[in-house]
Design a protein around this ligand. Sequence first.
Ligand code: ADP
Ligand code: MG
Length: 224
Amino acid sequence: MSDAALSLIDVRRRFKQGGETLEVLKGIDLTIASGEIVALVGPSGSGKSTMLQICGLLEKPTAGTVAIAGTEAGRLSDDKRTALRRSHLGFVYQYHHLLPEFSALENVVIPQMIAGVSRRQAKDRAMALLDGMGLAKRAQHRPAELSGGEQQRVAICRALANRPRLLLADEPTGNLDPHTSDHVFAGFLRLVRDEGLAALIATHNPDLAARMDRTVRLNEGRLS
Ligand code: ADP
Ligand code: MG
């Protein structure tokens, strides 16, 4: 158990809106082994994004336990939780959130330098990742000079730059046309497998879900 990349035990999340209480997560149990890639599916509004935010330590559950690589996040100070997030977790969202004034390369270099990696090493790693996603020739381009699929591939490289143990992705190809989505997703999965990462990936697309190791379905606040 302690070497699981992610472990959720009886995780609950309620939102208060006006006088109403909305219980979005009603007791979620999930263990993701090291290197395991899990699809998270469920209807719109079922709580996929909420669950990913909780797994990513960006939101706290109302009750229950979240552990990343055997460390229980709820027991940590804010600083230690942030450090755990930075060292162990990578995020990919539907929108790329790249820094517009920097090149693709710099967007993958900068998070590594913030983590204390030398510029030279960071550049080598960034180039290897970009090359792996077929972007070697695009490294010097700014986001605005890249297509939607290319932007998202850079965002994937950035998420992997600091060698996280667990990747969390919220409909990572949801903004792309089906053909581009397919292509970007294939590269994404290959990279995640090559790096030996565990991943939890929300998707609406059953074809994409079928390519992962396992699917969990969120419905009415529970996983099945
Ligand atoms: P999904 O990603 O599966 O579409 P979400 O996690 O975004 O679902 O939302 C699940 C439910 O929780 C929705 O009904 C949404 O309105 C509600 N919700 C999400 N975040 C908040 C919040 N901060 N305050 C109140 N309600 C929220
Ligand atoms: Mg969502």
